[in-house]
Design a protein around this ligand. Structure first.
Ligand SMILES: Cc1ncc(COP(=O)(O)O)c(C=O)c1O
Length: 462
């Protein structure tokens, strides 16, 4: 195996000079035409694409360029995927090397797979070191569900309102997948899968006397539900550490420690789906690290390969034997290109001190969002950790009525000003590349704040 490429950590700066650069009104004429041609055949495009039909042809670091030559600041990382910047030279080179040498070798060991597994065991907390590799998040989630059954010999699962885990049958059974015009269209949730509320500090279902969220009430509810609503065969709680699709919603700090205790008491596994939040996005390898909780099962995807489709299921060493019962074989999982992408991505996070950057620029983001909340009548809440961020728009700060129309307006206006991003609904979700510094973080927030101010004017706020 060739030595990995050494890359200057400022590799992306040159391409970011002078952004945003808008040559036409965005989306421009070529974008619109190509989108129309595509949409003629491709059905079910996401709402963001329909609302802003831009056609991208290049990504470099923190920028995206469309077919009309407009260059945008990226605040989405694909969809939480290209977290170390578009086409990071070290990662692209590592993929290209194996693309020319060995693209697939079934489940057999390859030098790059050996290195990746050793590296994963070194960075993950506790004894999380029994691994299977897959090629998309939903497949890793399915494997995690099978693993939980194999470990516990139980078959029921509890997930949470507004969690999202992918679009395969097991994964949609751990979610609702109904928002606006999006339906799961399965039969109903598979047997033995249940949904329960999870704490959203801005919209608490159960509050203490002082009005703050009452985590214990949620835990009490789960305990009661285990007794009354299940057949006593719950294998695992299936949860995102922070809800991405729902709008960057983080639970209160005492939630996961208390849930873990409950799980231990009832011999239930804690399955932490880190496909979206893991691998540095919140400033930790695992978002659950923020609360010093080590899950029994974890899944990675998205940022794991910085754009190359590679995902992982990981369980703790003592449960590793159970993975023998669920074969790791998959057509693409763990192929050399995939392993190279994941290994290079982890190395980049270490070599470029990415976790530190996410923590410090993340602190800037949070401070800036707090200031915006104080100044804008339609910002009800701001939330996030690191580079997993959300601004919740409401019609009225007292009633907290969601302001979806404002969400659409801010999305489009900011995009037109040169910000490539993918908020959905009334929560403006942001997931910038983790290499971004404060200068460009401020540039993106300035664009968003201008778009919010213009939207407020249009809707009669001042
Ligand atoms: C938390 C979580 N789990 C699983 C998935 C499914 O991943 P994929 O789209 O790669 O199947 C997603 C996708 O957004 C996700 O956010």
């Amino acid at each position: 195996m060739k030595d990995a490429l050494k890359v200057d950590k400022d590799w992306w700066r040159g391409s970011a000079e002078g952004i945003p650069r808008l040559i036409t009104e965005a989306p421009g004429p070529r974008s619109k035409q190509m989108h129309a041609n595509t949409a003629r055949y491709m059905k079910g495009l996401s709402s963001q694409v329909k609302l802003f039909p831009v056609c991208f042809e290049e990504g470099n670091g923190i920028t995206l360029t469309d077919v009309d030559g407009n260059k945008y600041l990226d605040f989405s990382s694909g969809i939480y995927v290209t977290s170390l910047g578009h086409c990071h030279p070290k990662i692209s080179e590592a993929i290209a090397y194996w693309a020319k040498k060995l693209m697939n070798a079934h489940d057999f060991t390859t030098p790059v797979k050996e290195k990746l597994l050793e590296k994963m065991a070194a960075i993950l907390p506790g004894k999380l070191n029994a691994v299977q590799l897959y090629s998309d998040g939903a497949t890793a989630v399915e494997a995690a569900i099978r693993a939980a059954r194999a470990i516990t010999h139980k078959h029921e699962f509890i997930s949470a309102y507004r969690d999202f885990h992918g679009k395969s049958m097991g994964a949609v059974s751990c979610a609702q997948m109904y928002r606006g015009e999006t339906f799961s269209y399965g039969p109903t949730r598979a047997a033995g899968f249940y949904m329960a509320p999870r704490p959203d500090p801005y919209r608490p279902l159960w509050k203490k006397a002082d009005g703050t969220i009452d985590t214990d009430a949620y835990i009490d509810f789960y305990e009661n539900f285990l007794r009354e609503g299940t057949v006593g065969n719950v294998a695992a709680f299936v949860l995102e550490p922070a809800q991405g699709w729902a709008g960057s919603i983080f639970p209160p700090d005492d939630f996961f420690p208390k849930l873990k205790k409950l799980c231990e008491q009832y011999n239930i596994l804690l399955y932490d789906d880190e496909v979206l939040a893991g691998m540095g996005r919140t400033g930790e390898w695992l978002a659950l690290n923020h609360w010093n909780v080590i899950p029994d099962i974890v899944t990675f995807g998205k940022s794991f390969g910085n754009g190359f489709p590679v995902t992982a299921l990981v369980v703790s060493e003592e449960n590793g034997e159970a993975l023998e019962k669920i074969s790791a074989s998959s057509s693409y999982g763990g192929n050399p290109m995939a392993c190279a992408a994941a290994l290079a991505s982890i190395e980049v996070i270490e070599e470029e001190n990415i976790l530190e950057n996410v923590r410090s620029v993340g602190a800037y983001f949070m401070k800036r969002m707090q200031q915006m909340k104080a100044e804008h009548p339609i910002i009800g809440d701001v939330k996030g950790k690191g580079f997993l961020l959300g601004i919740e728009l409401v019609k009225d700060k007292t009633t907290k009525e969601p302001f979806a129309e404002a969400g659409v307006s801010v999305y489009r206006k900011a995009f037109k000003k040169g910000l490539a991003w993918i908020p959905a609904g009334h929560i403006l979700r942001m997931s910038p590349p983790l290499i971004m510094d404060e200068k460009y973080a401020a540039m993106g927030m300035d664009i968003i704040e201008d778009a919010i101010a213009e939207t407020e004017k249009e809707f009669g706020y001042n």
